[in-house]
Ligand binder design. Structure first.
Ligand code: ATP
Length: 373
C-alpha cells in the first residue's frame, strides 16, 4: 500500500503514520484485499476502510454522542445552530454501502458482510444511485425480525429491509444536509427513518419529548437529532428501549459486559429524574425495570436446567450462496452457531440459528451443579 498517498487523503500527519497503519488490519473478500481501521484514532472513525484495488477510502460512521437530560441538553448541544431535525432512531444493524467496482456493504467495524451485501443489491436500486453518485456512501440500518444481527419488529416489515439515514462523501465522510438526503432518497425509492420535525434549538426539546412519548408507547427505540446545516448529531432513547436492552443483556447474564448494563441503568435514572414527576409513574418504572432484569435471568437459568441451548436466536432468508457466506463470516468472528432449522420457502433458503452464549451456559451450569463463585 502506498502509505504516503493514503496518509494525505486520510488527513493524518506523517508523525501519525506508523501508529495509524499498525491499526489497519488486512482482510479479504471474494479474492479482494481491503484494510480496516480496527479502532478510532487520529480523527478517523473505527471501521474506516481502504480498498486498494479501487483506490477508495470509505470513512467509518461516526460515533453519535448521547444526551441524558433533554432540558437543557438539547439547547446547549445545538447552541449556535440554526435548526434541529428530529428523526427516529431505528434499532437495527448499521451498514455503509459503497461502490468499489461493485456495491459492497461494510459493517460498523469495517468488515464486508456478504449477506447484507446480497440483500442490499436485491432490495435497493444501487446501480441507479451509484451511476449518479459514485463517490458517495449510503448509510443504512438493516432492520426487521429476520436479520443475522438484530430481531426488532417494525410494523410493515415481515422479514427485513433497509432504512437509509445518511448519504456521505465516502472519502471525507461529509454528510449531505438532512433535507437534501431525504430528497435524494425519495428519488431512488430508498425508505428512510421517520422525520418528527424541525425546530430551533430553544424549542427542540419539546419536539423530542413528544416524539419520545409516542415512540415509547409503541416500544420503539428513540431519536437522533441532527443540525441543519452542519453535521452535529446526538441521540436520546426511550424507557422501552432501556428495558429491552437490559432484558437482552440479562437473558445471557455472563456474556454481556457490566458496562453495557450499567450505562443502561444510568440512562434510566436520568430519564426518571427528568420525566417521572409523580410517585406512581416512578413506581411503575421501577417495577418494569426490575422485571426486565430478573425475569430473563431466571428464564436463562431454567433453560439451562432443562438442557436447552441458550443464546440469541435469529432467522435469515435469501439465496443459498449468500447464506453459506454469512455462516463463514460468523464463524470467522469466532461465534458458535447452532442451526435449528434449514428449509426452503417460496424459492428461498430460510435458516433459523442460535448464536450460542457459551459463557452464560457454562457458568449457569456450574452453579446449578452446586459450584461456588
Ligand atoms: P456510537 O454511535 O456511540 O458508536 P453505538 O454503536 O452503540 O454507539 P447506537 O447507540 O446504536 O450506536 O447509535 C448509533 C447508531 O444508530 C448509528 O450507527 C446507526 O446505525 C443507528 N441509527 C438508527 N437510526 C438512525 C438515524 N435516523 N440517524 C442516524 N443513525 C441512526
Amino acid at each position: 500500500m502506498d502509505r504516503d498517498a493514503y496518509l494525505e487523503r486520510l488527513g493524518a500527519t506523517t508523525d501519525e503514520s506508523a501508529d495509524l497503519f499498525e491499526h489497519f488490519e488486512q482482510r479479504s473478500f471474494d479474492g479482494r484485499t481491503y484494510h480496516v481501521l480496527s479502532d478510532a484514532r487520529h480523527g478517523l472513525e473505527r471501521g474506516t476502510v481502504i480498498v486498494e484495488d479501487a483506490d477508495a477510502i470509505i470513512r467509518g460512521y461516526p460515533s453519535i454522542p448521547r444526551l441524558l437530560v433533554l432540558e437543557p441538553g438539547v439547547q446547549s448541544f445545538f447552541e449556535d445552530r440554526e435548526t434541529v431535525v428530529v428523526e427516529e432512531k431505528l434499532d437495527g444493524f448499521n451498514v455503509r454501502i459503497a461502490d468499489v467496482g461493485e456495491p459492497l456493504a461494510f459493517t460498523r467495524s469495517g468488515y464486508i458482510c456478504p449477506y447484507t451485501t446480497a440483500r442490499a443489491r436485491k432490495l435497493l436500486s444501487l446501480e441507479a444511485f451509484f451511476d449518479e453518485h459514485p463517490e458517495k456512501t449510503l448509510c443504512a440500518e438493516l432492520v426487521g425480525p429476520e436479520t443475522p444481527y438484530t430481531t426488532t419488529d417494525y410494523e410493515g416489515i415481515d422479514t427485513h429491509d433497509f432504512r437509509v439515514f445518511g448519504v456521505r462523501d465516502r472519502e471525507t465522510g461529509e454528510p449531505l444536509p438532512v433535507a437534501d438526503r431525504r430528497a435524494i432518497c425519495e428519488m431512488y425509492d430508498f425508505n428512510q427513518p421517520r422525520l418528527f420535525g424541525r425546530a430551533p434549538p430553544e424549542s427542540a426539546a419539546e419536539t423530542v419529548r413528544d416524539a419520545i412519548d409516542e415512540l415509547d408507547a409503541a416500544s420503539r427505540e428513540g431519536v437522533v437529532m441532527k443540525s441543519e446545516p452542519g453535521d452535529a448529531m446526538v441521540k436520546y432513547t426511550t424507557e422501552a428501549q432501556h428495558h429491552d436492552e437490559l432484558a437482552y443483556a440479562f437473558s445471557l447474564p455472563f456474556d454481556h459486559g457490566r458496562d453495557f448494563v450499567f450505562s443502561r441503568l444510568i440512562r434510566e435514572a436520568f430519564q426518571a429524574a427528568e420525566f417521572d414527576e409523580d410517585e406512581d409513574r416512578l413506581q411503575e418504572r421501577a417495577h418494569d425495570l426490575g422485571e426486565s432484569i430478573l425475569r430473563p435471568m431466571v428464564e436463562a437459568i431454567q433453560d439451562v436446567d432443562d438442557g436447552e441451548t441458550i443464546g440469541h436466536r435469529h432467522t435469515v432468508r435469501g439465496d443459498a450462496e449468500s447464506i453459506d457466506a454469512l455462516f463463514d463470516h460468523l464463524h470467522d468472528q469466532s461465534m458458535t452457531i447452532d442451526v435449528e432449522a434449514d428449509r426452503r420457502e417460496d424459492g428461498e433458503r430460510v435458516v433459523e440459528f442460535v448464536k450460542v452464549a457459551e459463557s452464560s451456559r457454562d457458568r449457569i451450569k456450574h452453579y446449578l451443579e452446586g459450584g461456588t463463585r
